[in-house]
Design a protein around this ligand. Structure first.
Ligand code: FAD
Ligand code: SF4
Length: 401
């Protein structure tokens, strides 16, 4: 069952859209897929880039919105617990150790859900996304590893109603999950589980090629990459070789416009509305970071408890000076010579922020950058689009005009 089967028809409970407004978020559209379905009629309410409503949806999904006086809530959203974990037997070819795919398999094979919305790649290209509703282990495993491009995961949503599925697991990034939460009640489901990943700096397929061409020694053989907690981009190539490029050596001047405008205006890095979030940035190097937001999230994590090695989350270092210094450097597109970038990478890895402090470093850096982007490019949206938690974080830094 794939996206190809998905044909748009008016949804019985939906309001009509004006002709020509098929993707009303225009250049800010993240291609989340909602507008490829008949749920497009809810887009003005549901789209993360037209209607920022994180606090309301947090309340509906988790029973409360985040407490802005708590530092952990402020940064990581509503949660019951955070854990560092990795699979004792990693899944080969997964992005990290395959916790996401393992949870999906366990949910499906236990009968807790009847289908899993996830994203495979097309036969022609390893990085072109192909959203599916997976109905068995093989289809879930075929979706393992990041497709580091904008992906229309929600384009398969109307197949859910058409196929009569009542218990569903959806895997997705923040903008997809916000739109999903907004139409959740229209899907006719008895049970919905939401397994999210953090997401930042996503790109179109063309943008990805530009990034690879600019950054990797062999762009056509890259099968996997990640911006790691050791301040380096790690590439894996099809011949099994690995390549590392320090963040500070990235050709910022050539990459400034590569990220999608949607991602330059996103303030939901940590996927606030998922039941469980599986990322890496709040965990020590080599470990994954699990944020349980509610009881359904705990249920998801419990499904693979016997497959995991765990440790408590940790935090060390102080990010604030590094974030403040990086704001004008990024703004001016400063690129260091490679020897200096490598040296800086070694120093910062030794004394720089680790664990939750690394996650805060990354959140602060992206929120300040994105705030400037929205202020300069969409000033009319600034007040409504920046959530109060993000505003509070941005206000801690001095920004250029
Ligand atoms: P796997 O078992 O390999 O499963 C990966 C799952 O991701 C699959 O189920 C697939 O359906 C889904 N997926 C793949 N591509 C996409 C996509 N484009 N959109 C939606 N779903 C997709 N974590 C951080 O901590 N910090 C980050 O900055 C960060 N950035 C990310 C950016 C992107 C574009 C993506 C997709 C993920 C990002 N993550 C980030 C999450 C992290 O890279 C891993 O995906 C996560 O830790 C799960 O690893 P795993 O081995 O358990 O996943
Ligand atoms: Fe539609 Fe999603 Fe684009 Fe918003 S981000 S306009 S909901 S496809």
């Amino acid at each position: 069952m794939t996206l190809a089967n998905s044909a748009a028809a008016p949804h019985h409970k939906a309001r009509a859209l004006k002709p020509g407004s098929r993707r009303p978020a225009k250049e800010l559209c993240s291609e989340c897929g909602l507008c490829d379905t008949y749920y497009v009629h809810y887009v003005k309410d549901a789209c993360a880039f037209l209607n920022q409503q994180v606090a309301t949806l947090e309340e509906e999904a988790h029973g409360r919105s985040r407490n802005l006086e708590s530092e952990d809530d402020l940064y990581f959203g509503v949660h019951q617990s955070m854990t560092a974990a990795r699979k004792t037997e990693p899944i080969a070819g997964a992005q990290w150790t395959g916790i996401v795919s393992s949870i999906a398999i366990a949910m499906l094979e236990s009968g807790k859900v009847e289908g899993v919305v996830c994203v495979q790649n097309t036969d022609e290209d390893r990085f072109t996304p192909k959203p599916v509703i997976a109905r068995n282990r093989e289809e879930i495993l075929a979706a393992r590893v990041n497709k580091p491009t904008l992906s229309p995961n929600l384009s398969v949503l109307e197949l859910v109603e058409q196929s009569g599925l009542k218990k569903l697991l959806v895997i997705g990034v923040g903008c997809q999950i916000q739109a999903l939460r907004a139409v959740e009640k229209q899907l006719g489901l008895e049970k919905l589980y939401v397994l999210g990943t953090p997401c930042v700096d996503n790109v179109t397929r063309e943008g990805l090629q530009h990034f690879l061409n600019t950054t990797s020694r062999s762009p056509d053989t890259v099968v996997h990459y990640e911006f790691m907690q050791d301040f380096r981009v790690h590439f894996k190539h099809s011949d099994g070789s690995e390549e590392q490029v320090p963040f500070f050596g990235l050709k910022t001047n050539q990459l400034k416009d590569v990220f999608a405008p949607s991602c330059m205006s996103c303030f939901d890095y940590v996927n606030s509305l998922a039941d469980l979030v599986v990322g890496y940035m709040g965990a020590p190097f080599g470990w994954q970071w699990l944020v349980v937001r509610n009881d359904r999230g705990q249920e998801l994590m419990d499904m693979v408890a016997d497959q995991l090695e765990t440790q408590p989350v940790m935090s060390s270092g102080d990010r604030k000076a590094a974030v403040q210094q990086s704001i004008p450097a990024y703004d001016k597109g400063v690129t260091l010579p490679m020897w200096a970038a490598k040296l800086m990478g070694v120093v910062i890895e030794r004394i720089g922020p680790k664990g939750l402090e690394y996650a805060r470093f990354s959140i602060d850096s992206h929120f300040t950058r994105n705030y400037l982007y929205v202020k300069r490019n969409h000033p009319e949206k600034l007040a409504d689009h920046v959530p109060p938690y993000a505003q509070r974080i941005v206000d801690r830094y001095t920004l250029p005009d």
